[in-house]
Ligand binder design. Sequence first.
Ligand SMILES: [Ca+2]
Ligand SMILES: [Ca+2]
Ligand SMILES: [Ca+2]
Length: 194
Amino acid sequence: MVSDFRKKKLLHVFNAFFDTNRSGGVDKKDFELAIKKITELRGYKPGDAKYKQIEETLLKIWDGLQSRADSNNDGEISKDEWIQMWDQFAKNPSAAADWQNLYCKFIFELEDASNDGEIDVEEFSSVYESFGLDKEESIESFHKMAKGKKTVTYEEFQQLWKEYFVTEDQEAPGNFIFGCFICSLSKHSHSHSH
Ligand SMILES: [Ca+2]
Ligand SMILES: [Ca+2]
Ligand SMILES: [Ca+2]
């Protein structure tokens, strides 16, 4: 059984980071759109080495995700398949699939725009803003995640990342590594109230 708390976190990542076209499922089209959005964010053009690197990495992540999570082989990852897969991960995080480690590294490198091996609040919040998350909420999330420190290293990031998918502790700093997971869900369900 996956707790409601962990389910909320998993669906936040699904909605905000993987289901790029907001269709309710994740398939290759979401990754193609993500390649477009991320390379535009960084100003890379088709033909650039950096563009190719992002394209290759994201398509590798999709291949790994599909082979691990698409239980009914319909070419799409449903929310249930997604939750099942991360529940497996939580049982033994040291046996993470290659694509999961690759995704962790990808997000870190995407956020570390200055390429100094550390992410700061501006790097963190501006990437999440480009994914449609509220910037102020991401700034708050960074401070909770970094526990008052100014920057987070890749080593720390990997631990926080693992913690996000595994922990039931509502106060754990890792809960904030993908921005405010409660904020985006409440926005989804209250989107008609404004
Ligand atoms: Ca989709
Ligand atoms: Ca499927
Ligand atoms: Ca940096």
